[in-house]
Design a protein around this ligand. Structure first.
Ligand SMILES: O=C(O)C1=C[C@@H](OP(=O)(O)O)[C@@H](O)[C@H](O)C1
Ligand SMILES: C=C(OP(=O)(O)O)C(=O)O
Length: 408
């Protein structure tokens, strides 16, 4: 189904937007909780991806389907590899069956795992038979997806001798690896990360404890974009966010300064203030550490009539859709001119936005949410609007709270 966002301005009296827990943190903690049952978690994400993860970990079924959830696919591959005596099929949506997993499968097999492909080599679905993994050191490529590395790190404390990972190549999405290590440290597990080598110590048990999931910074990006596209003086308040976070997407607060948005933290609230128009007409950003906010930034630049060059985007082609191609197609429908390569996107200056365009979302929540803020400039239709539930089910309600006029 589609949804129409009528050209609107944000209300200046709206209540704060409450964003729930980070899906990345939630899915890591859910897996750690399955390994260490005395870990208690609060403020879990309400996203489809976290619900899928929760259901999978509680399931006795022989086939586990994670739909579109990349973290669930990768983290559960490692988890089931060490579930002794269990044999399962792990599968996902048709897109998931095009998202590569060979680097992780090879690393787990090198450690002693018993698993294989049920379809195309290198891709889900997988057959996994849990066993004790005998080895504790493995070499793997780090330039395709950090999720393979996080998956191995999450099961590492339960391996007999812990784990030493030797990373090859440029490390992509590094803040997500640091997030995994930080959560391991928070529950009392010792780790080190020096150069290309990560080590995790073996640990059987942890102390009883509760971890509060931080609110989701990737979801906050759409509000940064709304603030950037609004007149000077506009404010949007988000709860609950603190300046210190283990999520790499906190770089938003630096990046959006260039678009005239200031971030003020007070008592767990983050207020975004549009304080000036962009100081430059061309924007450049290297996003190898924050791939999930690339779509938001490209659309903000377009909406502001700026040219931009975004680099470090080689992972975008293997996400929910080929995000580089999807951005080019949809921005060009709106009148933009976009050049893409395997790892970059260049947008030319465009001062008129084509009206009432229908944006295709390609089963990608971030396509829907990244384009939505353009309703501050023109009417816009978002096709298959339900996709947002992958990470942010209440997104459209939250837009209405801000005064955006929405109809179905
Ligand atoms: O570990 C995680 O929670 C994630 C890592 C990133 O993936 P890649 O490492 O594949 O870039 C990111 O894009 C994804 O949304 C979540
Ligand atoms: C890429 C994403 O998720 P995943 O890889 O976990 O499917 C995302 O949420 O933008």
């Amino acid at each position: 189904m589609d949804i129409t966002l009528h050209q609107s301005a944000l209300s200046n009296q709206s209540s704060p937007i409450v964003i729930t827990g980070s899906k990345s943190e939630s899915n890591r903690l859910l897996l750690l909780q399955a390994l260490f049952p005395n870990l208690n978690i609060t403020n879990l994400s309400h996203s489809d991806d976290s619900e899928v993860m929760q259901r999978a970990l509680q399931s006795d079924l022989k086939t586990i389907d994670v739909h579109h959830a990349g973290t669930a696919m990768r983290f559960l591959t490692a988890y089931y590899a060490v579930q002794i005596g269990k044999e399962i099929t792990l599968t996902g949506s048709s897109r998931m069956q095009e998202r590569p997993i060979e680097i992780l499968v090879d690393a787990l097999k090198d450690l002693g795992a018993d698993m294989g492909y049920l379809g195309k080599k290198g891709y889900p679905p997988l057959r996994i038979k849990g066993k004790i993994l005998s080895k504790s050191e493995v070499v793997l490529k780090a330039d395709v997806s950090s999720q393979y590395i996080s998956a191995l790190l999450l099961i590492a404390p339960k391996l007999q001798n812990g784990l030493k990972l030797i990373l090859e190549g440029n490390i992509t999405s590094k803040p997500y690896i640091n997030m995994t290590l930080s959560l391991l440290n928070q529950i009392g597990i010792e780790t080190s990360f020096e150069g290309q080598v990560i080590q995790v110590q073996h640990q059987d048990e942890i102390n009883n404890q509760t971890i509060v999931v931080e609110s989701d910074w990737s979801s906050a990006s759409y509000f940064y974009s709304l603030a950037a596209l609004s007149p000077i003086g506009t404010t949007i308040t988000l709860v609950s966010f603190n300046e210190q976070s283990i999520q790499g997407d906190t770089v938003l607060k630096e990046i959006y300064k260039d678009f005239g948005v200031n971030s003020i933290f007070k008592d767990g609230r983050l207020t975004l203030q549009k304080i000036n128009e962009p100081l430059k007409t061309h924007f450049e950003c290297h996003l190898v550490n924050a791939p999930d906010i690339a779509q938001t930034i490209a659309v903000t630049s377009f909406g502001l009539g700026l040219s931009c060059e975004l680099t470090g985007l080689h992972t975008l082609k293997i996400k929910e859709t080929d995000r580089l191609q999807a951005l080019k197609t949809e921005l060009e429908k709106l009148g933009g001119t976009v050049h893409i390569s395997n790892d970059s996107l260049k947008l030319e200056v465009c001062n008129t936005i084509t009206k009432a365009v229908s944006i295709d979302t390609y089963n990608d929540h971030r396509m829907a949410m990244a384009f939505a803020p353009l309703c501050l400039k023109t009417d816009i239709v978002i096709n298959d609007f339900e996709v947002v539930s992958k990470s942010y089910p209440s997104f459209w309600d939250d837009l209405k709270t801000l005064g955006i006029k929405v109809s179905q």
